[in-house]
Design a protein around this ligand. Structure first.
Ligand SMILES: [Zn+2]
Ligand SMILES: [Zn+2]
Ligand SMILES: [Zn+2]
Length: 149
């Protein structure tokens, strides 16, 4: 009778720690902003996402000034949007990287789907960037879809 004892069960179970909420960067967007009157009156015609910074020609992740529709790079590149705000006082900017709207004066993100003045430019940018308008209130759309004749 052959007795083979091969018990080498090394169970080193590395427990991965979750760090959710530690540095996600997500902050709640404001639904009001007193600087909305400074928005451009024609936000249906905007430079396409992917436009270069008009100052240094940085090619990606730029911001659109919502007052004069200038495309300017972020504070992580050459700070041209930030400088533009300081020089001109224009404070509302749309990110072409994630389509979030930032108010420099409020120092807060604005909810472009809730604030009616921001919705047209948000939807226009979304359409140009993704080829479709954003899914606004999907539950309502679902209910409408279920009411088939
Ligand atoms: Zn730049
Ligand atoms: Zn501007
Ligand atoms: Zn503001």
């Amino acid at each position: 009778m052959a007795s083979s004892s091969s018990a080498t069960a090394a169970s080193d179970r590395e427990e991965e720690e979750d760090f959710y909420g530690g540095g996600s960067g997500w902050v709640e967007a404001r639904t009001t902003c007193e600087h909305l009157p400074s928005l451009s009156s024609d936000l249906l015609h905007i430079p396409p996402p992917g436009s270069d910074c008009t100052r240094c020609h940085h090619p990606a992740e730029n911001w659109l000034c919502l007052s004069c529709k200038d495309v300017l790079c972020s504070r992580f590149i050459n700070k041209h949007m930030l400088t533009h705000h300081k020089v001109t006082g224009h404070c509302l900017a749309l990110s072409y990287s994630d389509l979030s709207v930032w108010c420099f004066a409020c120092e807060a993100y604005l909810d472009a789907q809730v604030i009616l003045q921001l919705r047209p430019v948000y939807e226009t940018a979304h359409l140009m960037k993704f080829g479709a308008t954003p899914p606004v209130q999907p539950i309502e759309f679902l209910q409408v879809g279920l009411q088939s004749p």
